[in-house]
Write a new protein. Structure first.
Length: 290
């Protein structure tokens, strides 16, 4: 489901996916996000206050399928309609579905959710939108469209992130301590301009769209790099995207230090560090059409 999107590694496109360093790079970051956060995504699907197991699910801004496959695993009798603006991401999702022998349980729809008219997405029991709504130019319109799409009593699960994950300790790198936070401060300025709804409280907006809020759940993520070799590659891909967005705004010394981290042949490469920890926060809103 996903996307960095400017847009940088945590800046997202209207459909919720990464655009900072090419489609292949975006897809790889999405896949790494899914791999590292698999347990957290599964815990969210288990937390959802569902009255019955959903049979028809729509994944809005599905990216390469992190949410789609978590939902298929959680609800074995379900069918998921995966919606994204990127044909490349949808093709990658299809390849994964075939490898898992669940292609018959997934439909793929290419669509930009900011368009006034949506394709026919059926009448789902559950709509899932992870890290996609803050990319919308007209989120109020999108929320009303989801409300009308759901069957009465259906649930809308909104998962939003506080920002792109952090990986380095504050004292790193040794020659430019605090580099990662300065990079994120630069991307935050771009985010505020292009995505004013990132970090928003979606509760009041969901209520205004006619939903009843049934639950809100904040999740703090803190995963040591020793638990997953994917964390180093995730940090590398994310910082590559950030560099593409903010290189012109960084101090020369910061840019040099960042390039050393991104140079996989350098002794200072982020892939060689043993002190990485993935830190982020996500919030889930469960909203019912009553």
């Amino acid at each position: 489901m996903t996307h960095v999107h400017p847009h940088t590694s945590h800046l997202r496109a209207p459909h919720g996916r990464h655009q900072e360093h090419g489609t292949e790079g975006q897809a790889e970051v999405l896949d790494l996000d899914a791999a590292v956060l698999a347990e957290h995504i599964a815990s969210i699907t288990a937390w959802l206050p569902l009255e019955t197991n959903p049979r028809q699910i729509v994944d809005l801004g599905c990216g390469t399928g992190a949410g789609t496959f978590a939902l298929l695993d959680r609800f074995p009798d379900s069918h998921v309609t995966a919606v994204d603006a990127s044909a490349e991401h949808l093709q990658r999702l299809r390849t994964k579905a075939c490898a898992r022998s669940v292609e018959h349980r997934v439909s793929r729809v290419q669509a930009n959710l900011d368009d006034a008219l949506w394709p026919d997405l059926g009448s789902p029991d559950l709509v899932w939108a992870s890290a996609s709504l803050h990319h919308m130019a007209h989120p109020d319109r999108v929320l009303r469209a989801v409300h009308d799409l759901l069957t009465p009593g259906g649930l809308f699960a909104v998962v939003e992130l506080a920002g792109f994950p952090r990986f380095l300790p504050e004292s790193a790198p040794e020659n430019r301590p605090g580099l990662e936070e300065r990079c994120h401060a630069a991307t935050d300025r771009l985010t505020a301009e292009h995505m004013p709804h990132r970090g928003a409280d979606w509760g009041p907006m969901l209520t205004a769209a006619g939903f009843t809020i049934e639950g809100e759940h904040a999740i703090a993520v803190n995963i040591e790099g020793s638990r997953s070799e994917a964390i180093g590659r995730y940090a590398l891909g994310g910082l590559q995207g950030i560099r593409g967005a903010v290189a012109d705004t960084l101090a020369p010394e910061d840019l040099i230090a960042l390039d050393q981290l991104l140079d996989t042949s350098s002794p200072y490469s982020i892939l060689r560090r043993d002190d990485l920890t993935m830190r982020t926060e996500r919030t889930v809103w469960a909203a019912r059409r009553t």
